[in-house]
Design a protein around this ligand. Structure first.
Ligand code: NAD
Length: 524
């Protein structure tokens, strides 16, 4: 079977295949534009009452849902694992644990993160002016998500959007409909009021319909090409979009790094989730003086990994989630080998298996002319290149259209931090890889073609509200000096303002005071 999803147009269903076995798991509805529009209408009707609840009341639903996830942890982990092909342990560690933490974080802290914020106005405060920001829900948020983290990606955004007072409509990947339906089921058990969280299963046409359905914001996670289409379609209605797109994330290993740990980090960073993480290590640059040792360690550790069907206990690597992605991996590896790269271990599809498996693969002798070093591979492949100087390492790391995350390994933390700031990426880790999506507190998002906007952290929360500025003049009986009429005295005062008025510096502005007073009492 060449694709994982079949559109049975007569029955309007998507057919879900188990990537470990090739067997059908089940079918989910393929929602059309009218059904998507109806879901958005239901969400819009439910949202105002939800927005009137206090943060504490909203948090109660989220925390109840969190308890249900904990109670049903094994069932949920097996579902994620079966639908994606990833090990059950990884479904727990990379999807469920971070999300439980995020649910707790935003249930506890959204009130403080979104509290009314006073803005200092300098001299304007002496003129009896005050300003503050209030954060209001957007209304209905549309979430379009990919298949690689089918639980964590949509659920994190659902929780943050709900806590901010919005209703949400989620369009999950056609490759992982059942995990998304389970998210809705958990919130139903938590008695979230109807209409606030709806899942519209379907394919790209369903996603396109959600973009056109007049939602107040689209949170899109997926590939660069689809992201561009979504941004273009959203622009027609000026619907704001957050785009979390692909990556080609570099890892730099300096000669003073702890090589054993760097090697283990590299293989986890490249092979966890079968390499299907937007933040996977997709390019590794190691200082030439330690390259042989590093490659030897990486190859040794890679050969110890256990790969099998997702249902097998204690495996390290499972299947890839879809065959199209597996074919891209094969193409990148064979292109690199044809152009002179060396396979150090792995390199092939696992042919005897029924599902879509690719061996964890280490490649050396690569360069930036190869697809493997330029395009997103999104599979279990670790290409390793050497560098001579730190300038070269930074240049190579930045030689990409992507900029999601990056990693720097060194024993000198100050050096690591200096290098980190020179790298063009939304997140740069020092002596760490991949995992920061698990942090609820920190912003997640990219630069360059990895997208724009943020999810997670306070910056991510601010994407889900509209910031309203309220400005108050507490002396309503006094006309402003800059109002009509523009008398001679007014003109002189404005010229003096230009020279002296400096917000925050009373000393510089003080000489204006007598002229301001004269203007205030000037007959007008
Ligand atoms: P994709 O772009 O093919 O699909 C993503 C989602 O968009 C799916 O739900 C799909 O049905 C929907 N879609 C397709 N066409 C659409 C259209 N015209 N309008 C609206 N929606 C449409 O991506 P994918 O293959 O599911 O996911 C893999 C990609 O996601 C990789 O590039 C990966 O790097 C990226 N990703 C990024 C992040 C991040 O946080 N930056 C996280 C996970 C995955």
């Amino acid at each position: 079977m060449s694709t994982q999803t079949l559109q049975a147009t007569q029955t309007r269903e998507i057919v879900k295949i188990d990537p470990s076995t090739g067997e059908e798991i089940g079918r989910a509805p393929l929602h059309d534009a009218a059904e998507v529009a109806a879901a958005v209408d239901r969400a819009r009707a439910a949202q105002p009452a939800w927005a009137r609840l206090s943060y504490r009341e909203r948090a109660r639903f989220v925390l109840r849902a969190r308890e249900i996830v904990l109670e049903q942890l094994e069932e949920i982990a097996k579902l994620i694992s079966r639908e994606t092909g990833k090990p059950v342990a990884e479904a727990i560690s990379m999807e469920i644990v971070p999300t439980l933490d995020l649910m707790h974080h935003f249930a506890e802290n959204t009130k403080a993160l979104l509290k009314r914020r006073r803005i200092g106005l300098g001299q304007y405060n002496f003129m009896a002016r005050t300003s503050y920001i209030v954060y209001k829900p957007l209304g209905v948020v549309g979430i379009i998500s990919p298949w690689n983290f089918p639980w964590a990606t949509p659920l994190d955004e659902v929780v943050m959007a709900l806590m901010a007072g919005n209703a949400v409509v989620v369009k999950p990947s056609e490759l992982t409909p059942f995990t998304a339906l389970k998210i809705a089921n958990v919130f139903k058990q938590a008695q979230l009021p109807d209409g606030l969280l709806q899942i519209v299963t379907g394919d790209g046409s369903t996603g396109a319909a959600l973009v056109e359905a007049g939602v107040n914001k689209i949170m899109f996670t997926g590939s660069v090409n689809t992201g561009k289409r979504v941004a273009e379609a959203a622009a027609k209605q000026l619907t704001p979009v957050v785009l979390e797109l692909g990556g080609k994330d570099p890892m730099i290993v300096f000669e003073d790094a702890n090589l054993e740990n760097a090697a283990r980090a590299a293989i986890w960073g490249a092979f966890c989730n079968s390499g299907q993480a937007c933040a996977s290590i997709e390019r590794c640059y190691v200082h030439e003086s330690v390259a042989d040792k590093f490659v030897e360690l990486v190859v040794k550790e890679t050969k110890l990994l256990k790969q099998d069907k997702a249902s097998t206990e204690n495996i390290d690597i499972g299947a890839m989630t879809n065959e199209r992605q597996l074919e891209i991996v094969e193409d990148h590896v064979s292109d690199a080998v044809e152009h002179g790269a060396q396979l150090r271990t792995g390199g092939h599809r696992v042919n005897e298996a029924q599902g879509w498996f690719h061996q964890p693969t280490v490649v050396t002798g690569v360069d930036h002319s190869m697809k493997l070093m330029r395009d997103e591979t999104f599979g279990p492949v670790l290409p390793i290149m050497t560098f001579k100087t730190e300038e070269e390492a930074v240049r190579l790391a930045n030689d990409s259209i992507y900029g999601l995350t990056a990693s720097v390994f060194t024993g000198d933390l100050a050096h690591g931090k200096r290098i980190a700031e020179q790298i063009e990426a939304g997140t740069v880790m020092v002596n760490e890889v991949v995992y920061t999506h698990a942090l609820a507190q920190t912003p997640w998002g990219g630069v360059k073609q990895s997208g724009y906007g943020r999810t997670h952290g306070s910056l991510g929360l601010l994407e889900l509200v509209s910031a309203q500025h309220i400005h108050v003049n507490a002396m309503p009986g006094l006309a402003d000096v800059w109002w009509f009429p523009y008398t001679k005295r007014a003109g002189e005062l404005f010229r003096d303002f230009a020279k002296r008025f400096t917000t925050g510096s009373l000393l510089r502005s003080a000489p204006l005071l007598p002229k301001i007073l004269r203007r205030l009492i000037e007959p007008r």
